[in-house]
Design a protein around this ligand. Structure first.
Ligand SMILES: [Cu+2]
Length: 516
């Protein structure tokens, strides 16, 4: 492994050293509300196999780090005896050291449902390792968790008041104690202190007061520095901006710019690793209205930017979401927008795809059928209940041919049965999700190889080719039903783009969802 590298050092520098001050802030946290980051979607939803046991794992990532992550695990079968959970670094030295795992508690009402709380002490690319023991022996599943502080919690007024009062009480108390010690320290009971002692006591009290004031001043500066550090950490993990530039009429160049100056030193574009076949997944979504969408795969340029020769596109304003995964397995989504003129470009090729509305332009509130160009359709098996925010769900879609029968010509698209993008109407939430969940496939692969030891070092080349377990290999038959584990981070209107491949053609189904 060769120890920590420069990027790790830079990340460390951002991390507050004293955990205590932050811990106090954590304790003040009452009722975590969830906002911000895949973009706006920080909870982790993952479906996978721990050996013979099929699990649906939800990790509610805390808003502050260190903080407590709530873990919920549903086992598909009822043959699980015990379940243990433990947080670790995704890869590198920390991924091989084993802290003592916690036992996940089985729900009394629902014996297939397990919950637990884990302290996440560090930010960055972590994973939660789930170990299952049961009727079919042992199994293990590692779920990548991007951990980062999303905001600084303000101290509540009553607690602040109480702490200020205690501080003043101690500060003034120590001055009087010092004075009393000098004045009356070795007097016999009932004796009055000599005037010289009284005078000396006053001098000592004055000196103590100056020292105490000095300590308070330094303490305040220390607290300020810690808070500043923490604040920089929060900025560090905010979605970086995608700075775009159009060259030669149709070449879109994208540069990443972090919200913190340290970001570009830590996350180097030359180190970005491929995630399901591509270094970058670029989404251009027409704004407002989400009536058109392009899913493209720009190439990295020699100077650390990414560039794509755009296909023909109408003029307009587009929101830019560009997914990359850094070398630690941490997923970043660059966010921006661009005003494009009418583009005369090449035809779509390879894994690139696009969708534009024909008829169902406006977001419909709720919909469950999406017509495809060849007469087939995709149906969202959404059930009758209303959609609730922050609820783990399995989004099931069945693909039908023009006769309404399950499609027989399904093929893997970038190694998987499907890709889904969940986008809120105001585009403040964007999540690119797969049948294995909201985690990046590259991180999933890092997590897997790190614990089996089968790769040892990060074998980026192998990872680019080797498909993780959730990916069917080309040639194998892909079922006509695809599902995505996910949960909407908050109430509102969403558009879901479901992308599959049939008979060599990439098709996009579009669904609207109103979430309560
Ligand atoms: Cu994808």
């Amino acid at each position: 492994m060769g120890g920590l590298d420069a990027a790790d050092e830079a990340m460390k520098a951002l991390r507050p050293r004293a955990r205590y001050s932050i811990t106090v802030l954590v304790l003040v946290l009452a009722g975590a509300l969830s906002l911000s980051a895949h973009v706006g979607s920080s909870d982790v939803y993952c479906e996978g196999d721990a050996g013979p046991y099929h699990l649906f794992v939800t990790v509610r990532v805390p808003q502050v780090i260190p903080g407590v992550a709530a873990i919920q695990i549903r086992a598909a079968g009822n043959d699980v005896r015990t379940m243990e959970i433990v947080p670790m670094r995704l890869s590198g030295a920390g991924s091989k050291l084993l802290p003592t795992p916690d036992v996940a508690e089985r729900s009394k009402e629902d014996p297939q449902f397990f919950t637990g709380n884990l302290w996440l002490m560090e930010d960055g690319a972590l994973k939660v390792r789930v170990t299952v023991d049961g009727a079919k022996g042992k199994g293990e599943l590692s779920v990548p968790v991007p951990a980062f502080a999303r905001r600084t919690l303000k101290m509540e007024k009553p607690l602040g008041g109480l702490l200020a009062f205690l501080m003043m009480f101690l500060a003034i108390g120590i001055i009087f104690i010092a004075g009393a010690a000098v004045r009356e320290g070795n007097l016999k009971p009932g004796e009055t202190p000599a005037p010289v002692r009284v005078r000396r006591a006053r001098v000592v009290m004055a000196i103590t007061a100056i020292v105490v004031a000095g300590i308070l001043y330094l303490g305040r500066a220390w607290w300020g520095a810690e808070a500043g550090n923490y604040e920089r950490g929060v900025n560090f993990y905010k979605p970086p901006s995608a700075e775009t530039q159009l060259e030669d009429g149709n070449r879109l160049v994208i540069r990443a710019k972090g919200q913190d100056a340290q970001w570009s030193k830590s996350v180097k574009m030359v180190d970005v690793i491929p995630d399901h076949n591509h270094l970058m997944h670029l989404f251009l979504i027409s704004a407002p209205g989400l009536e058109k969408m392009w899913h493209l795969h720009p190439q990295r340029t020699a100077d650390g930017a990414f560039a794509e020769d755009l296909p023909s596109m109408p003029a307009g304003r587009y929101e830019v979401f560009a997914d990359i995964v850094d070398k630690h397995g941490f997923p970043w989504t660059l966010v921006g927008n661009v005003e494009l003129p009418q583009i005369q470009g090449k035809a779509l090729a390879g894994d690139d795809s696009s969708w534009s509305s024909s008829g169902i332009a406006a977001m419909a509130g709720d919909s469950n059928v999406s017509q495809l160009a060849d007469g087939g359709r995709i149906v969202w098996e959404r059930g009758n209940g209303s959609l609730k925010a922050n609820t783990p769900m399995n989004f099931k879609f069945s693909v039908q041919d023009k006769d309404g029968k399950p499609a027989q010509d399904m093929e893997p698209y970038m190694g998987m049965a499907g890709h889904a993008e969940f986008v809120s109407k105001d585009m403040s939430i964007f999540a690119h999700v797969h049948p294995a969940g909201s985690v990046s496939m590259a991180a999933m692969e890092l997590a897997r190889t790190a614990h089996t030891g089968e790769a040892g070092e990060l074998q980026v080349g192998v990872m680019a080719m080797g498909m993780p377990m959730a990916m069917p290999t080309p040639g194998s038959s892909v079922p006509a039903e695809v599902s995505f584990p996910y949960g909407f981070p908050r109430a509102g209107d969403y558009r879901i783009f479901v992308q599959i491949k049939r008979g060599g053609v990439i098709e996009t189904g579009v669904f609207d969802a109103r979430v309560e």
